[in-house]
Design a protein around this ligand. Sequence first.
Ligand code: ADP
Length: 322
Amino acid sequence: MRPTGKLHLGHLVGALDNWSALQDQYDCFYFVADWHALTSDYADTSGIVESAYDMVADWIAAGLDPDRSTIFVQSLVPEHAELYLLLSMTVPIPWLERVPTYKEQMDQLSEKDLSTLGFLGYPLLQTADIIIYNAQYVPVGEDQVAHLELSREIVRRYQHFFGELFVEPQPLLTKFARLPGLDNRKMSKSYGNAINIADDGETVRKKVMQMYTDPKRVRADVPGTVEGNPVFIYHDAFNPDAAEVDDLKSRYREGRVGDVEVKKKLASALNTYLDPMRARRVELLSKPAALREILHEGSRKARAVAQETMTRVRAAANLKYD
Ligand code: ADP
């Protein structure tokens, strides 16, 4: 995940909850993709390190465990760049130009300068990020499956010249819950419609009170629609009191409850859900030296694996100067 700003509830339901659960079954590697943060914002690098620490505090607060998973920083393992360079020699440029998100992002982020080699190469750097750890699976949403297919093609092409070196990574599809934001568009830090993990109780309450609901419902006694209504999507995702949620839904459908009550109960459920995470975040950020050590220790562990891979790759590429 790129260290480009505060984490929000979309990151929780769409990634972090799943990442935490995977720790029970797999030997997981999770990293701060700081070089990837440069692909779209190369000129302003001032916030990256601070965002990285803040993001990792959120990860751990949300359940990632540095004792069970390897949590590290991409740029502290420079072997990623070496592998990227070696792979780049064999990858045809049109393979990268054909990646669907390449053109999409060029169109959508027209205010950014994306005409760089760095941006074109980011799926290749992603490939290096994955295969350097012999990763069998990558937890991704549907939108990333094409990137992984490309990763496998890049592996096969490199191995065609230099022999068996890597594992071909497969997607581990995340049930992709796309959480809407306050305005019913996808929750995203760039739309200003997010509830952040770090928001305090009062901020969460205020944001919930502004949420988009059923626009046809001009008064509390007009029957409302529950399906696709963000307020109820949130109740389903974050309110553990199923009886309360069922009661609110049926009264909403019958026009027997106001939006204010539905939202107040949601704010209260969200705050109960976020409280322990906030406490862990504050605790982690109050000990910056310990957090720093977690990232450096994780990066050392990751680097040992990456170095072992690069020793094999250099030998296969006949770049051994012993
Ligand atoms: P990046 O810039 O690192 O691609 P994003 O901040 O867009 O990151 O998201 C990182 C991950 O968090 C995504 O891959 C996705 O899984 C998840 N995510 C982000 N926003 C949402 C959302 N609104 N709903 C569900 N998942 C989300």
